[in-house]
Design a protein around this ligand. Structure first.
Ligand SMILES: [Zn+2]
Length: 183
């Protein structure tokens, strides 16, 4: 469930907010789920994807985006573009949402690393649950070896408990406050 990914992302953001382009990071960790949303809400059929070393990709809600290769070459670059477009055209709206925030400039590369971090954070949780995650995509079909229901069920409560702790530690090791900083 996409909205739950906000919790671990908040922990990480509050710990490292100064180092993260927040837009790219949250886009990376939330919008990676556009793929399942497209199948689930819009009834788009699963595509038939030829794997590079033979055979077809296993079909499922997470077949294309939820793997390291796609996060690096597809998800993170798209989120960088989206973040930079939002920075350019949505600056006023961002200031309206976070009044008095300080604007920090992040390079394209730094923005890319932030999106990458967001994407992998998302995958790190999803990979404990979803059998259709293929870490070999788009080369070979690899059955997901990281299914772990205990790990899956612990992420939510631990993330929740960690929020005030992450906030306090983050305030000590970063300048400013996490929600008075853009992007
Ligand atoms: Zn997901």
């Amino acid at each position: 469930m996409t909205p739950f990914h906000v919790l671990p992302a908040l922990d990480v953001y509050m710990l490292f907010y100064r180092r993260l382009n927040g837009l790219a990071f949250f886009f990376g960790t939330l919008l990676i789920d556009l793929e399942p949303v497209i199948y689930l809400l819009f009834g788009v059929p699963f595509p038939q994807v030829q794997l590079l070393f033979g055979g077809f990709a296993r079909q499922g809600y997470h077949m294309i985006t939820h793997n390291p290769f796609s996060i690096i070459v597809l998800v993170a670059p798209s989120m960088v573009l989206l973040a930079k477009l939002t920075e350019s055209f949505g600056r006023r709206a961002l200031y309206a949402l976070f009044p008095g925030a300080e604007w920090v400039h992040y390079s394209w590369f730094h923005t890319y690393l932030s999106a990458l971090f967001g994407g992998f954070l998302h995958l790190g949780w999803d990979i404990t649950l979803h059998h259709d995650v293929n870490v070999g995509f788009p080369f070979v079909d690899v059955l997901n070896p990281f299914i772990n229901s205990l790990a899956y069920s612990l992420v939510f409560p631990i993330s929740l408990i960690m929020i005030p702790i992450a906030y306090i530690i983050g305030k000590r090791i970063n300048q400013g406050t996490p929600f008075k900083k853009l992007p």
